[in-house]
Design a protein around this ligand. Sequence first.
Ligand code: AMP
Length: 622
Amino acid sequence: MANIGIDLGTTNSLVAVVMGGKARCLLDEDGRAMLPSVVRYEAGGPVVGLKALEQAPQYPGTTFSSTKRFMGRAPADCTEDARIFRYRMDDSEPRFVRFLCEGHAPVTPVEVAAEVLKALKVRAVECLFGDPGGAVITVPAYFDDAQRQATKDAARLAGLDVLRLLNEPTAAAIAYGLDQRASGRFAVYDLGGGTFDVSILDLNEGIFQVLATAGDTHLGGDDFDRALAASVFPRFAADSDSDARTLMAAAEACKRALSGAPSADLLGHTVTREQFEGVIAPIVARTTAACTQALADAGLTAADVDAVVLVGGSTRVPYVRQHVAALFGRQPFADINPDEVVAIGAAMQADILTGSSQLSDDLLLLDVIPLSLGLEVMGGIVEKFIPRCSPIPISASQTFTTHADGQTGIDLHIVQGDRELARDNRSLGRFTLRGLPRLPAGIARIKVDFLVDADGILHVSAKEEFTGIETKIEVKPSYGLTEDEIEAMLEASIDNAETDVEDRMLIEAKVEAEGILHALDKALVMDRAMLDDAAFHRISRVAEALRESALTTNPADRKRITDLAHELDAISAPFAQARIERDLTLALSGRAADTVGAELGLNADGTRKTLAEATEVPHARS
Ligand code: AMP
């Protein structure tokens, strides 16, 4: 079973496959590769593609196009697009978009995309004489978690097995074989019918990373058509929608002709390429700012870019090509059909993922992690290291300290999920760092590193920085989790988000209170003599009240805990100050004051995060 690559586009979608060592787009019975991403809902079932597009004027209330703009977004974030595309959204659903559809239940952008994907799957079945294997589906580099998840949901609805989602610019780079280079930085300039984006990619050891992306979701070839029509017929005022459509179709045909000829006809008027270029120059100029922005965000200049790739039908316009060449100071790659290049790259990636690739021996892995990865800290709270949907490989590290005096071991509990408390997430593994030197609480510095490598394997290591004692663990985060389980976990994290946060905040307040009380108790044991009786009693009274209030399990009591903690902090400040000054003059004389924080085990943000004491504290004395 051959794997397939799918470009699920805003205007058009394509499916491609590697056959006989070459990637090619699969065609419909009329020989067309592009399937318009348009769906009409009818009693007899949905009509998809060119027919739905051509008949759209007759069925405005049941035809949906450009719905990719709404994927994974909340209605409140796309009212402007709904106005432009004249869709009425279902007001009763605030979480995701649902379009009202005449004579039919409301439809979601995910369902529309699923119909497009089903049509492409049918095409693949016909061309390949059987079911395809898995699919690589492309998404814009700027798609966020929700938009990517929505794309996966659409694929699942269409009965496709998603091997992975691939960024569109990465797919274009793969189509040109840029992944075969040892390393490089590439710009991908994608100008379609209604959207423009530019991405800066970095390739290193077979892994692409999107360094930056910029663009305009309302800029494209349609603007060329409108500007051309307006320049030839400045006084044109359409009497009907049909007149306006006729003019736009004529302008589009004229524009296409001008890509191959020095002049072309527009409803009886001759337009030269020079005239056309004058008309579109201000529109093309709008892409410059986005390119400059993306380069700046990537920390590069145009000279650092090793190759430029063109994507999207509008990059066929010679003036656009010249503009890009001037902008980046080099000729862009343009040999592959710019409409097909993304699908071709997706097919090549899908082929590589079969493991018996006809194209390459290298296993190119580009993926994102499905759920966040973190570590349980004191109080059962999760400290997130790597947020979900991060592209792999990825690493993150944080420094912790010990909770108890003389603590010689710590437990590290690695969890996967997006809930605030460890017990609500999936436990991935535990290990213990033993043999820590006996130190007062908060002095040891334990650096914990998380690394998810290109194979999706999580490596966690913990090292005590003063002694160099180190321990490591390797876990496979996605192993054993089905898509349904991932979905159920995400749903639970959304449903419980509010109470989770309250629980977490209560625990944080309690842990902080315990820390303050612990430090105060220690200080009083050593330096009670530095306080007069009145001050001692004042401090003790507040300390007892805080100790008492920190026993609560009710999130509503959090404010009392934090208020008392602040009060205790404030009234014991002169005592703490006096002790620090004495310590500084005595013990730390000659040392820089800013190292004191480090020695007290404070993180860079001034907070002190502590890890659980090892359940089995080793007896080793060091
Ligand atoms: P896409 O969204 O990538 O399918 O691009 C569609 C846009 O490309 C539309 O605005 C088309 O009018 C435009 N386009 C397609 N072919 C040509 C061509 N030969 N010359 C100029 N523009 C074209």
